[in-house]
Design a protein around this ligand. Structure first.
Ligand code: HEM
Length: 122
């Protein structure tokens, strides 16, 4: 199962979808549903980290630096999703966190694709 990246991709795709759903639910004023989706998203943070960490443990010896950057980038994406949701649901501005989120997401995605397992675009 962890010779491929399928499980990891499934968890971060679902995680990103839940993040967007929680933001829309908040916008529509549905507090309870936002809270529930946010809770489920937190579970997916753990699954993203667990599947990523297993891939990391198995393969990082081939390029410790890039794998290390991928690990950190993934953690930053997750931290920013959490910060944005907490700020937005409290009615506060999340501008800086959005900027870091977008940059970290692009960097993490490109690094993931560049690394040898799974998709190989570069
Ligand atoms: C929301 C956050 C994350 C996103 C968007 C993301 C995205 C990706 C992508 C696009 C790939 C390449 C898939 C493929 O080529 O088939 C990948 C692979 C990988 N990710 Fe993540 N990831 C995230 C979080 C994490 C975290 C937190 C970790 C570490 C705990 C991690 C570790 C890895 C590892 C080790 C690989 C395998 C790279 C390879 O050998 O090709 N990722 N990820």
């Amino acid at each position: 199962m962890f010779e491929t990246t399928h499980a990891h991709i499934a968890t971060w795709v679902i995680g990103l979808l839940l993040f967007v759903v929680a933001l829309f639910l908040h916008k529509s004023g549905n507090k309870k549903a936002t809270k529930i989706v946010h809770m489920v998203l937190r579970l997916f943070y753990l699954l993203i980290i667990a599947t990523g960490a297993i891939l990391f443990a198995k393969h990082s010896s081939t390029d410790a630096m890039l794998y290390g950057m991928k690990f950190l980038g993934g953690l930053v994406v997750i931290a920013m999703m959490e910060m944005i949701l907490v700020k937005v649901t409290k009615g506060k501005k999340a501008g800086v966190f959005w900027v870091i989120f977008i940059i970290a997401l692009i960097a993490t995605f490109l690094l993931g694709v560049k690394l040898p397992i799974g998709w190989s675009w570069f």
